[in-house]
Design a protein around this ligand. Structure first.
Ligand SMILES: Nc1ncnc2c1ncn2[C@@H]1O[C@H](COP(=O)(O)OP(=O)(O)OP(=O)(O)O)[C@@H](O)[C@H]1O
Length: 357
């Protein structure tokens, strides 16, 4: 017997100056450029209404660009209808046919793709195997958990071996524990098969966990594109710093810049860090909660206003002259007391300078 393998025909996706308007007034996507490399998982992340879903639907051909060009592989698909594009989409609602068995659901698209009956069956079984649902083929969707149903939807998309696989908030109907499991499954399959995946979410933790690259969107535009690390360590502005992981935004003064190294002053505490092109004057500083060092000798003054034990770490709220901050510390055995005065500094790989908004 020949074992049926699901392979990948992964292709890159390119947007060139793409705009999408609804009617005359709503600009859902405003002149964006985007390049998704073949075999990579790229997430579109941003608040509600920023244009993520519209961008995804334009890749699928479910929305047509108002202007600009969209390429999948070498082909200009800008004006191609969805049915002529080699793209599959997994929806948040799974969109399974309730009266069909799991195997029939997974086979559904294959029947229209020129496979004969036995190829269709072999392929659907291979698809179910791939998502860890071997032996579930004869069940109805209602006889599966939410996570299993979403895996069926993934299998149904995978077996078509699309050039690009699209996910529209695939985990939003799952509870927290299942979300983690299914997102790990999606990432593992994507990496094993080398699929090109574009994935929409508004959950930054999910984006950080699954992505090769994240496209942070705001108001129909792209705020920043980068690897999870790049976005976390070097956000371009306050919006991205706030959106990706938690950040304290503190006021500071840049006292001196030399060779793009800035010396800053935060309420008397001096610290050196990359100037990122900024010059002397008022600026903002983004500091992750884990990168505030409580007890730094020459740090600025603050008072602990709240201390919460959350099992694996302590969470503190600190009040300084310029405002409050949120800090976390791994030391849970010697917690600091509420009301105590402390000095606070930054760890070596601490804060990032941002332009004054
Ligand atoms: N069919 C449509 N007709 C008119 N306006 C639309 C249509 N679809 C989307 N919009 C508008 O376009 C903008 C972008 O919507 P889109 O669904 O792409 O955002 P999103 O980032 O995916 O948001 P969410 O996370 O809430 O799904 C919004 O202002 C939305 O109201």
């Amino acid at each position: 017997m020949v074992e049926t393998q699901i392979a990948s025909k992964a292709a890159p996706v390119r947007f060139e100056n793409v705009t999408k308007k609804f009617g005359r007034d709503v600009i859902a996507v405003d002149n964006i450029d985007l390049h998704v490399e073949a075999g990579k998982l790229v997430t579109l992340l941003g608040p509600s209404g920023c244009g993520k879903t519209t961008t995804l639907r334009m890749i699928a051909g479910l929305e047509m660009a108002t202007s600009g060009r969209i390429l999948i592989g070498a082909e200009d698909v800008t004006n191609l209808p969805a049915t002529d594009r080699d793209v599959s989409m997994v929806f948040q609602s799974y969109a399974l046919f309730p009266h069909m068995t799991v195997l029939e659901n997974v086979s559904y698209g294959l029947k229209f793709s020129g496979f004969n009956k036995s190829e269709t069956r072999d392929r659907a079984i291979a698809g179910l195997d791939l998502v860890g649902l071997k032996g579930f083929g004869e069940r109805l969707p209602s006889e599966l958990s939410g996570g299993q149903q979403q895996r069926v939807a993934v299998a149904r998309a995978l077996v078509l071996e699309p050039q690009v696989l699209l996910f529209d908030e695939p985990l939003s109907n799952l509870d927290a524990k299942l979300r983690r499991q299914v997102r790990e499954d999606i990432r593992a399959i994507q990496q094993d098969l080398g699929l090109t995946v574009v994935y929409v979410t508004h959950d930054q933790e999910e984006a950080l966990a699954v992505s090769d690259e994240i496209v942070v969107m705001r108001n129909a535009s792209i705020a920043q594109i980068g690897t999870p690390r790049e976005l976390y360590d070097a956000p371009v502005d306050q919006f991205v710093a706030d959106f990706i992981g938690e950040a304290n935004i503190l006021p500071c003064t840049i006292e001196h810049v030399e060779n793009d190294l800035a010396r800053i002053n935060v309420d008397g505490y001096r610290y050196e860090l990359p100037a990122r092109g900024l010059s002397s004057g008022a600026a903002k500083l983004a500091v992750r909660p884990s990168r505030l060092v409580i007890g730094e000798k020459d740090g600025f003054q603050a008072r602990i206003s709240k201390a919460t034990y959350v099992g694996v770490r302590m969470e503190y709220t600190l009040e300084a002259a310029f405002g409050s901050m949120f800090a976390v510390q791994d030391d849970v055995d010697a917690p600091l007391e509420v009301g105590s005065d402390v000095t606070v500094g930054f760890s070596t790989k601490g804060p990032v300078l941002l332009p004054e908004a």
